[in-house]
Design a protein around this ligand. Structure first.
Ligand SMILES: C[C@H](NC(=O)[C@@H](N)CCCCN)C(=O)O
Length: 467
């Protein structure tokens, strides 16, 4: 009897783009929540007595448990052991719980409790609301990074051998749109109810995101059923083993790409936190205008990333793209560092941001689809977890390094600002040179990656799409 051939769900273009839309929309909401209070620094200072230091600590708390309690490593292992559906639901719930705690920290309901009084009784320069918000944001941080690695593995599952880099590029573009949306929407939400209203909206969005993840799991279950994936069909050699972690951390391709990743992202995300003040000081404009220039950065990356992804799918050249990205990263930070303020106008600022935005498209668009070429599928989740963990160490440490370098290279400036002296500004030459230094190291690592690729035949320069 002739067996009926089953057309897999991921062979249907419509089905795989619907799957992508479901998980990407949740990442939009997740990235929205990451920066939900970013534009509200002064409101938080007035309404909740959060000093700039306290505000800065909130950013670090997102990475705290992932780095120090190794949650990102656990998340990768959970993903490989328990599968995509379980991990997506866990990630979605963790984000909602963490966000809920952060919202509660900002409500009068919490401020009136004995718990708040107790939290406020030690390390008194950090208000109780901030302490609870740190805990909530650290829990949310576990969820958002877990979601990030699971979404990457999901895209590989649906798009490998097809439009994989384009799909990853589109997912990142949608996530970057979330960062843009936050700068537009959060101030409006806060005008009608303060920072807690903005966080409440972020929480509502995350609940919708959780439902989208849940909807996706039905598609995932159907695909697995068609593929015949079950505990019975998975042979022991296909299963993830804890010893695979050793394989990941001794894989030369993984080590090279992780080092490139931490260096590159250390000159991107931490830069974003300082960029507004840096441009305001260099251009001698107010914070609002400087922030408007900086908002071109995620938007530029958002527009370019899918195009670069498409190019990588049909033409390849992933490792070369990462080298070009590192060059552009270095050039843009050198311009910020070395062009004197007298010759640095708005046009130079926007052009430099466009160069940086191009780097921010080239490297992520080629880096994330490269990992499945370097490691085996059965431990791909752990590999994404491990690379994010290494990256998170940089994202936690570099803002502290930059803050320290800024203070050390501008003696007396913070004291004058605190005393209300008008017209005093930081000079960002040293921090910008540090960012440029990361770019130079990333450039060297790009060549190391190209070398190990040639030696081990990963195929990083080959197109993703099978003809
Ligand atoms: C896909 C990649 N995501 C990450 O690198 C995350 N580990 C960090 C997200 C931090 C958000 N502030 C990316 O967005 O390029």
């Amino acid at each position: 009897m002739k067996e009926k051939a089953v057309t897999l769900l991921n062979e249907s273009k419509t089905a795989r783009w619907i799957a992508l839309a479901l998980i990407s929309t949740t990442m939009f909401f997740a990235y929205f929540f990451v920066d939900v209070v970013a534009p509200l620094q002064s409101m938080l200072e007035t309404d909740y007595k959060w000093t700039p230091e306290v505000f800065g600590m909130l950013g670090g708390s997102e990475f705290f448990l992932n780095v120090f309690a190794f949650f990102l490593i656990f998340s990768g292992v959970i993903l490989d052991k328990m599968g995509i559906r379980f991990t997506l639901i866990t990630a979605g719930l963790t984000m909602v719980i963490g966000a809920g705690l952060k919202f509660y920290a900002l409500t009068p309901g919490f401020a009136d409790t004995g718990f708040a009084a107790w939290l406020g009784s030690f390390i008194t320069w950090v208000p109780a609301s901030a302490k609870l918000a740190f805990v909530g944001f650290a829990i949310f941080g576990i969820g958002v990074e877990m979601a990030g690695i699971t979404v990457s593995k999901t895209i590989v599952k649906w798009f490998k051998g097809k439009e994989m880099a384009l799909a990853m590029g589109l997912e990142m573009a949608v996530a970057r749109l979330g960062v843009f949306a936050v700068f537009r929407l959060t101030p409006i939400f806060a005008e009608n109810g303060g920072p807690s209203n903005s966080v409440l909206w972020g929480l509502v969005f995350l609940c919708i995101g959780f439902l989208l993840f849940l909807t996706y799991t039905f598609m995932d279950a159907k695909l697995d059923k068609q593929m015949g994936v079950s505990k019975l069909t998975t042979s022991p050699e296909d299963e993830f083993k804890l010893s695979d972690l050793k394989k990941i951390f001794t894989n030369p391709g993984f080590l090279a790409i992780s080092a490139l990743c931490v260096l590159f992202y250390s000159a991107i995300f931490p830069f974003q936190k300082f960029a507004t003040d840096m441009l305001a000081s260099k251009l001698n404009v107010d914070i609002k205008s400087a922030a408007a220039y900086v908002s071109f950065f995620p938007i530029g990356a958002m527009i370019l990333t899918p195009f670069i992804g498409y190019f990588l799918d049909v033409r390849g050249k992933g490792a070369t793209m990462m080298i070009y990205g590192a060059v552009l990263l270095t050039v843009s930070h050198l311009i910020f560092a070395l062009v004197p303020a007298e010759s640095f106008g708005v046009v130079t600022a926007i052009l430099t941001i466009v160069i940086l935005g191009t780097a921010f498209s080239l490297v992520p668009a080629s880096m994330w689809p490269s990992l499945p070429k370097i490691v085996e599928d059965r431990y791909l989740g752990s590999a994404y977890g491990a690379i994010f963990w290494i990256q998170n160490i940089g994202l936690l440490a570099v803002p502290i390094l930059i803050g320290w370098a800024l203070t050390a290279s501008n003696p007396g400036v913070s004291e004058q600002i605190a005393a209300g002296v008008e017209g005093v500004k930081y000079n960002y030459t040293v921090p910008e040179l540090i960012f440029a230094g990361f770019g130079v190291l990333a450039f060297i690592l790009g060549f190391v990656l190209k070398f190990v690729d040639k030696k081990n035949g990963y195929g990083l320069e080959l197109p993703n799409k099978k003809k």
